[in-house]
Structures are given as C-alpha cells and as structure tokens.
Design a protein around this ligand. Structure first.
Ligand code: FE
Length: 254
C-alpha cells in the first residue's frame, strides 16, 4: 500500500491510499474533491472507499462530488457523526475493523476535538509500518482544539494513540508543525529532542512535515507528555487531566 499526501484548502492534508496491483484507492478526509479526483485520474485508480475521521467541513467537503464520480465507493464515518457526514453509509464504533486492499484497520474512538471523532489504525506488517490516520486529534507537535469535547476525553483519546508502537507513521490532517513546535519549546524548555526538532523544521523551510512518527511525538509533543515532571512543573499541576487542560488553554492563547 502506498500513501499519497495531497495538499488541500489552506493547510489541510488529504491522504490517498493506493494499491498499485489492483489499481484501487481509498481516500481519508477529502476536504475538497478536485485534487483527489485529479490524483485518481493520474494514477488511473478506482476509488473504493472514503474514510472520514469527523464531520468538520474541511474533512468532508469533497465527499459528495467524489462519490458522484465513484458511486460504488463506500463512505465510512463514526457512529456519533450520524447525520453530519455527507453520504455516510457505514457507522463505525470503537474496535470495528475496516479494510483496504490487503490491510485491515482498527477503529479508535477518539473524541475531544469533536464529539464523534474516530481514527483509523493499520497495524504494521513484516514489510510495512503501522499507519495512523488521526484527523484533528493528534497533530505533529500538537493536538486538536477542544471544540466539542472535554480535557478528560482528549487525554483518554491521546492515551489510546500513545499506546501504539513508536514506529507508527502518523498522518495528521493539517500542517501546523512549525507553530506547534514554537509553542512546545515554551513549555518543555529542557528537552533536547524538542530543540533538535524545532531546529530541523526551521531549517527545512516550509517543507511538509507529515507523516510524523509516533516515537518522535512521544518524545517531543507536549500534548502526549501531560504526565512528565517537566510538563507538570511548567503547568504547575500534578493531576494528568488538569495538566493537560492547562496546557491546551495555554496553547489556545499562544
Ligand atoms: Fe480540520
């Protein structure tokens, strides 16, 4: 399985999984149709699935036009997004499995950014790494805003993600890395991995930073580090959820 990263709207990424042997593809969070249809045409691929992580317009805005062009593609989304995802056919629960090509993904229920948010996790195989499509839950060096959920929900959601293997590739739906890192160094001041990462991203000058790797995120993303002494000290809290809530609030004002 190959994965293409397609830039869309102002700073969104749409991901296209592609099986070159069968010439089939599946798209994750098509915020707009045009660049997706263009890529499918270029590949000569048939679209078999649309996987949505949550209902926000910048993740589902292309659903209808893409489905018009590929009416046999199945439209997936979370059960708690019922009625909010255009064309949704399958309502997914935590632990459900979905397939593309010869890979099977597990559905994680990860509310916090929105109340019905899900993620798709393809476990690794001998020859291929694990892949996580997490929408706006985990960002590279950051996490989604709490639009419809609570800090406790988000800590629970990010805990599920943090439990996945380090070598998982993380396909976040926005390019926010540089700004996130600039914030991260203000709360995690003595972290050499984080300093190095900021320097690297600054030197790369606007090159895409997605996918990121979960191992790197665990070491450098403050929103996966609510239970470290460093972040707790910076937030002047000891409780995990309170630390996370203070951190999220500080980022909202950054
Ligand atoms: Fe978004």
């Amino acid at each position: 399985m190959q994965i293409y990263r397609i830039s869309a709207l102002s700073d969104n990424y749409i991901f296209l999984m592609y099986d070159a042997t069968q010439q089939i593809a599946a798209v994750v969070d098509p915020g707009e149709a045009r660049p997706v249809l263009q890529k499918l045409e270029e590949l000569g691929a048939k679209l078999v699935a649309i996987f949505n992580t949550h209902h926000d317009r910048d993740h589902v805005g292309g659903n209808s036009a893409i489905h018009d062009r590929f009416p046999n593609a199945i439209v997936y989304g979370g059960i708690h997004d019922r009625g909010r995802i255009p064309g949704q056919q399958v309502e997914l629960n935590a632990g459900d499995r979905v397939q593309f090509s010869d890979r099977t993904a597990e559905v994680l229920f990860v509310p916090g950014h929105t109340r019905g948010h899900i993620a798709y996790y393809f476990p690794p195989r001998a020859d291929e790494p694990g892949e996580l499509f997490c929408g706006d839950t985990l960002f590279s060096a950051g996490c989604g805003r709490l639009k419809e959920g609570t800090p406790a929900q988000m800590v629970n959601s990010l805990s599920q993600i943090r439990a996945l293997p380090d070598n998982t590739r993380v396909w976040c739906a926005h390019e926010y890395t540089l700004n996130n890192l600039k914030f991260a160094v203000t709360v995690d001041r003595q972290n050499p991995d984080l300093q190095a990462r900021l320097a690297e991203v600054q030197a790369a000058q606007n090159q895409p930073t997605i996918p990121t790797h979960l191992g790197l995120e665990k070491r450098t993303n403050p929103f996966l580090r609510w239970d470290t002494p460093e972040i707790q000290a910076a937030m002047d809290r000891t409780d995990a959820v309170e630390t996370f809530a203070a951190l999220r609030q500080k980022k909202d004002q950054f």
